[in-house]
Design a protein around this ligand. Structure first.
Ligand SMILES: [Zn+2]
Length: 372
């Protein structure tokens, strides 16, 4: 009996094959348990680094050079907390216990960002609608930046390839002092309304989190140090942490290797795995030692694609999952996108914000849809 397959069914077969490859790449229970143990050990090391750096920088009567070393260690510890404890906790991947995930997630409040708002903004808006214009809050930075083809172009975007880099460092401080309170008061993040009315407890926890951040980051240091030094160190450390986090997330999605979906398209595209492979790019580590250091600081987000496909896995299992997934995709003719290194990722982001900074009539709109 002759069988004629329509293009749609061929695509469905291809999507099914891709899903099967992903399922076969997932970690075993043993790998997940071992990954969690490594994650908890890492969190312990981070806590010790933070305690030693804070004591040396803020409380002890240390020499200036030692304080500078401590400031670098403090920034590294804060960054690793955000990417490797807060991020995992708020995804529910730090532990199998919900309360422990909430404890890990609440380190975000200590860092100055409401963990309650983060879960909606990051888990639902960003993960659920990666690079979907009008839904993914990570690509909504108007009027400062035009990050996607469908967004309004303004004359100053011509220079965004220069001014966005220093601006990234202020995004964290903006949320700490204005953004979170404004979002809670307006009951929305960007154009999207919050899923439910924030209770009084949510507002209280948000304000307590801000107070806790100000206590350890500004008030306590002021008891031991001149106010000019405290403000200078607070500003510089906050800027570096904010810059590193913003750039880290941009390199996975806001690059010329990634695709974007307009607001009229179905959420996540028609097929979840394909949509994440379209919109999310990994970063290779050509120099293993540097790759390990980068991965430690980045909370495994050099493997953003695997994170987006399975955000509830501890980030310590992503390298093994990514090795299997990339190899099997290559065998079957699928492309799992990957920057060849950190420098290549930075250049790709630069090219994308340069392209988006040009007036739309000259913007090259590439069709990156479909599987390649
Ligand atoms: Zn995430």
């Amino acid at each position: 009996m002759p069988t004629l397959e329509s293009p749609l069914s061929a695509e469905a077969v291809r999507e099914g094959a891709l899903d099967a490859i992903w399922q076969s790449s997932l970690p075993t229970d043993h790998e997940i348990r071992r990954g969690r143990r490594r994650l908890h050990a890492k969190a312990t090391v981070i806590a010790m680094v933070l305690a030693a750096a804070y004591w040396t920088l803020v409380i002890a009567d240390s020499a200036l050079w030692l304080r500078l070393v401590a400031a670098v260690a403090l920034v590294a510890g804060l960054l690793a907390t955000a990417t490797g404890v807060m991020h995992d906790g708020n995804h529910g991947s730090f532990s199998r216990f919900r309360w422990l995930n909430r404890v890990a997630g609440s380190t975000g409040d200590l860092l100055g960002a409401s963990s309650w708002l983060w879960r909606f903004k990051h888990n639902h808006l960003h993960h659920g609608n990666t690079n979907v214009e009008g839904m993914d809050s990570d690509i909504e930075q108007q009027p400062f930046a035009r990050l996607a083809p469908g967004q309004q172009w303004r004359p100053w975007h011509r220079w965004q390839r220069f001014y966005l880099w220093p601006l990234y460092g202020f995004f964290g401080m903006k949320n700490m002092f204005f953004g979170d309170v404004r979002n809670l008061r307006n009951r929305q993040i960007g154009p999207v309304a919050l899923p439910n009315e924030p209770s009084r407890g949510v507002s209280t926890r948000l304000l307590l989190g801000k107070a806790a951040h100000i206590s350890w980051a500004l008030a306590l240091p002021l008891l031991f140090n001149p106010w000019q030094h405290v403000l200078l160190f607070y500003f510089v450390c906050s800027w570096v942490v904010g810059f590193s986090l913003a750039v880290l997330f941009q390199l996975a999605h806001c690059v010329d290797l990634a695709g974007f979906t307009d607001a009229d398209a179905p959420r996540r595209g028609s097929h979840f795995t394909s949509h994440q492979m379209l919109t999310t790019v990994d970063i290779a580590s050509p120099v293993p030692a540097l790759g390990h250091a980068f991965r430690w600081l980045a909370g495994g987000l050099d493997h953003q694609l695997e994170h987006h496909l399975a955000p509830r896995l501890p980030h310590t299992v992503y390298p093994a999952v990514a090795r299997r997934f990339h190899a099997r995709c290559a065998e079957a003719g699928f492309t799992a996108k990957m920057h060849t290194g950190l420098w290549a990722a930075l250049r790709s982001h630069y090219r994308w914000i340069s392209e988006m900074g040009r007036p739309p009539v000259r913007t090259l709109v590439l069709d990156r849809r479909g599987l390649s």
